[in-house]
Design a protein around this ligand. Structure first.
Ligand code: DX5
Ligand code: ZN
Length: 221
């Protein structure tokens, strides 16, 4: 079964609670929250207080994507604010095993995230410990960027890595983020992706319900 995680980066931040409720009503499965610090990525977005406000606006799982340096400083704060899934980038996490263990101890699902140019070798020894791998299909920092097609072989390979250790009792999901839209989703479905993050493809002009429906009609539900 695959899931759609709507990225609020493309929402109207002035009406964030309403926007989150609108995509929930439109049928998204999760809410994806992009946290950026202006250091690891050039952009700056939001912190735990805004995550707490989003938590109050929806019952959907919150999929929090930390694009910050030294993410271990903020794990407790984001789980306390309501993150159900909490992702750190391998590029910012020298003590990745400890960080993953801490996220799990806090009661959240642990996600490891890789930039497009980062090799799967970086997670070879930890993939069996995580709840989800997030492969970036754009360079993180901004919504509305073009899907980087040469990530497809890596996505297929990651799917095999996960299959080698996941079980039905202990599933490990594969998520992609960046440039997911009705033009690119078919190849990603074929590559074995479970969770599709989509920002501009959901929060665009026209009705969100129609946009969610056209993405989900291409996914394996
Ligand atoms: C980019 C973020 C994404 C972003 C995706 O750094 O991590 O979640 O919102 O936006 P789209 O779907 O527009 O590429
Ligand atoms: Zn993201």
């Amino acid at each position: 079964m695959s899931l759609l995680s709507a990225s609020i980066l493309s929402a109207d931040f002035g009406r964030l609670a309403e926007e989150v409720q609108a995509v929930e009503a439109a049928g998204t499965d999760w809410i994806h929250v992009d946290v950026m610090d202006g250091m690891f990525v050039p952009n700056i977005t939001i912190g735990p207080d805004v995550v707490r406000a989003i938590r109050k606006a929806t019952r959907l799982p919150l999929d929090v994507h930390l694009m910050i340096e030294k993410p271990e400083r903020y794990l407790d704060a984001f789980v306390d604010a309501g993150a159900d899934w909490l992702g750190v980038h391998v590029e910012t996490s020298p003590h990745l095993h400890r960080t993953v263990q801490r996220i799990k101890e806090l009661g959240a699902k642990a996600v490891v995230t890789l930039n497009p140019a980062t090799s799967l070798q970086t997670i070879e020894t930890i993939v069996c410990e995580v709840d989800m791998v997030l492969l970036m299909t754009v360079n993180p920092g901004f919504g509305g960027q073009k899907f980087i097609r040469c990530t497809l072989p890596k996505i297929r390979q990651c799917c095999s890595m996960i299959d080698a250790c996941a079980t039905s009792d202990r599933p490990i999901l594969l998520e992609v983020d960046g440039g997911v839209n009705t033009e690119t989703i078919d190849e990603l479905v074929e590559a074995g992706v479970d969770v599709f993050v989509a920002g501009s493809a959901v929060f665009g002009p026209g009705g969100y319900a129609e946009r969610v429906r056209s993405l989900k009609s291409r996914m394996k539900l």
